[in-house]
Design a protein around this ligand. Structure first.
Ligand code: ZN
Length: 192
């Protein structure tokens, strides 16, 4: 093994948030393209976690860049695994094997609490005012991402709204106005 290869192996173990910084200058990656901007806001999933749920959010924040900045900021104490821009650009902020901080205090239809433990969070850039549209480009990439995740995590079965799982009920309203029927044919149980 060369020193360069050893360095690469070591760097994989020693990755820190600074290894995937905010790109400067910022550019949305574009339709169905993904960039990784590592959020410091995550921790370990429980050892026995079976990832079977996707939590769908809208950002309220109007742009992909500003959302990524919020997740990149230690002080925000929030993150999601993925954020999808209106043009279908994707930013990943946290490894799906790690526990992102998107659901908050939560309980699902089965009575299971703390959904961050066993879910993947996907944020859609949207004002969450019930009027701001979710463009076809954004929904197309969301569907693609869901199906990709299903191949990696075969136990995935539920797609839930943040509104439904937030405790107390009424604490969250996202993703407001999302056209859930666009996910009807994916073979998931939709709870919203
Ligand atoms: Zn949310």
């Amino acid at each position: 093994m060369t020193f360069a290869a050893l360095g690469l192996v070591m760097s994989l173990f020693l990755q820190t948030p600074q290894d995937f910084p905010m790109p400067a200058p910022w550019a949305d990656p574009g339709f169905a393209k993904l960039i990784w901007v590592q959020s410091p806001n995550y921790n370990r999933r429980p050892d026995n976690a079976v990832i079977d749920t996707i939590v769908l959010h809208s950002t309220v924040i109007p742009t992909l860049k500003a959302t990524t900045e919020a997740f990149y900021n230690t002080k925000s104490e929030v993150s999601s695994h993925f954020t999808i821009g209106k043009d279908g650009s994707i930013v990943q902020n946290v490894s799906t094997f790690k526990r992102a901080w998107h659901a908050g205090v939560s309980k699902d239809s089965l009575g299971r609490e703390n959904l961050n433990n066993f879910s993947i969070g996907i944020e859609l850039v949207n004002l969450n005012d019930g009027k701001d549209p979710y463009p076809a480009t954004q929904i197309q990439v969301l569907r693609f991402l869901i199906l990709t995740l299903k191949r990696r995590f075969p136990a995935l079965h539920y797609i839930v709204s943040h509104e439904y799982i937030a405790v107390p009920h009424g604490r969250k309203s996202d993703p407001k106005g999302f056209p859930w029927q666009t996910l009807d044919d994916l073979g998931f149980e939709l709870v919203h």
